[in-house]
Ligand binder design. Structure first.
Ligand SMILES: C[S@@+](CC[C@H](N)C(=O)[O-])C[C@H]1O[C@@H](n2cnc3c(N)ncnc32)[C@H](O)[C@@H]1O
Length: 182
């Protein structure tokens, strides 16, 4: 009885710690770690494999790792790097990588704005309006012309998309495909 009570108390504490940590980083980053839904993930993987089957892809803000793992599984010849700032989503993505046994994905607990994205052949993101403007400047500064960029929901200001699909989900989620420098 005491044993099961202490397990319940530990689980409640862990849950509270996750909730507090996720809330703090949501406020700091202006975005929650809500994952792309399964249909959007399918579209993003399809779009990516239409244009790129090799090279390095960054998930800028990889959340729980579901999108990055899906890309890595769909494109075994690509190397996927997920940058995530929020602790528990990051830890979960490490676990997911192990459970799914995906070798070609790496997760790092880093602010992607402070990282070098110049090796990118592709970048995927699901961010928010203000971050899109900042990421656009970073891509223009660092990345090679021809780098493929796929955004869930949010458009890059001033860029014309190469392709746009609307996912048949409740929110009619737009998936926008760009080619940097074009
Ligand atoms: C909406 S989630 C998207 C997760 C994943 N890319 C997907 O589509 O399923 C956005 C994530 O970006 C992370 N994030 C926001 N700004 C970041 C930054 N500067 N560096 C690293 N991660 C960041 C947030 O913590 C959040 O988990």
């Amino acid at each position: 009885m005491t044993f099961s009570l202490s397990i319940a108390a530990s689980l409640a504490l862990l849950f509270a710690a996750i909730l507090i940590s996720v809330t703090i980083s949501t406020v700091r980053c202006n975005i929650s770690p809500s994952p792309s839904n399964p249909r959007s993930i399918r579209y993003i993987c399809t779009m990516l494999s239409k244009y790129r089957t090799q090279g390095v892809v960054y998930d800028t803000g990889s959340g729980w790792g579901t999108l990055a793992c899906a890309i890595a599984r769909k494109a075994p010849d690509m190397r996927v790097v997920g940058y995530e700032i929020s602790l528990f989503p990051y830890l979960f993505s490490l676990l997911l990588k192990r459970i799914l046994r995906v070798g070609n994905v790496t997760f790092m607990r880093k602010d992607f704005f402070a990282e070098d994205l110049s090796p990118a052949d592709g970048i995927v993101c699901f961010l928010y309006t203000k971050a899109m403007a900042r990421l656009k400047e970073k891509i223009e500064r660092e990345c090679r012309p021809g780098t493929l960029v796929i955004s869930n929901t949010f458009a890059f200001p001033g860029w014309r998309e190469r392709e746009k699909v609307v996912v048949a989900d409740l929110f009619r989620t737009p998936i926008l495909v760009y080619v940097a420098g074009s």
